[in-house]
Design a protein around this ligand. Structure first.
Ligand SMILES: Nc1ncnc2c1ncn2[C@@H]1O[C@H](COP(=O)(O)OP(=O)(O)OP(=O)(O)O)[C@@H](O)[C@H]1O
Ligand SMILES: O=C(O)c1ccc[n+]([C@@H]2O[C@H](COP(=O)([O-])O)[C@@H](O)[C@H]2O)c1
Length: 192
């Protein structure tokens, strides 16, 4: 089975994330897409981050009606901050029969050279890159790399930061979240 790994904080998961994951699951050779909920992204402060299990619960609720989309808590018990290379090694040991690939926005590819062991990741994993609007240029080493595959997915310029700030300001963000996520988040009074 070929699995695309979609790493993120998902604080909260929004329809932009879902549209991309579903597009990859339906229009590429991937059999499944796993949302890997990251406890601590090495590039981000943990400030406004909800508890791991609450972010996982939102991903679980968002994906439970999609057979090809799965939540993953694999990083919860790995050392923090979570370096993707460590998670990949761990996943290979746990699922030796699966083929793992990475799913990444064009914006992330632009900073990919700063990731821990970026060269090792690229040597061993295919990366599916979807378009994002961003100002920095993609490094030429990645632009035509045989392991980097551009995917023509829709561009959805929504961010979790925007959603958190809008909720705090008392705005209605319901169209940006799937209903089960909105219901949970509202019931739990998150981000207010
Ligand atoms: N609207 C979007 N469309 C496509 N990809 C997205 C979108 N928003 C975030 N992503 C990507 O999804 C992955 C997980 O997102 P993550 O939750 O970490 O980011 P985010 O929504 O930008 O959150 P924040 O605003 O809290 O930084 C990252 O690779 C990120 O680049
Ligand atoms: O391994 C690294 O060095 C590394 C550095 C930055 C980010 N990542 C992973 O990339 C994921 C998405 O990053 P971001 O910044 O777009 O939220 C994040 O959840 C981490 O798992 C990984």
């Amino acid at each position: 089975m070929k699995v695309g790994l979609y790493f993120g904080s998902f604080n909260p998961i929004h329809i932009g994330h879902l549209v991309i994951a579903n597009h990859l699951a339906e229009h590429s050779d991937l059999d499944q897409v796993w949302f890997v909920v990251t406890p601590h992204n090495p590039f981000k402060k943990k400030n406004s981050l909800l508890d791991n299990y609450q972010r996982f619960e939102m991903v679980y609720r968002a994906t439970k009606d999609y057979v090809k989309l799965k939540p993953s808590d694999i990083e919860f018990n790995l050392p923090q901050p979570n370096y993707t290379i460590n998670t990949l090694v761990h996943l290979e040991e746990k699922h030796p029969d699966f083929e793992f690939c990475l799913i990444m926005g064009e914006d992330n590819l632009k900073h990919f050279h700063k990731w821990k062991n970026a060269d090792v990741i690229l040597e061993n994993y295919h990366i599916y890159v979807y378009p994002r609007i961003s100002e920095d240029a993609i490094e030429s080493q990645f632009e035509d790399h045989p392991k980097v595959h551009k995917v023509d997915a829709p561009i959805m310029e929504i961010s979790s930061t925007f959603i958190r700030n809008a909720i705090k300001a008392g705005k209605n963000v319901q169209p940006l979240l799937s209903k089960p996520v909105w219901d949970y988040l509202d019931e739990m009074n998150f981000y207010r």
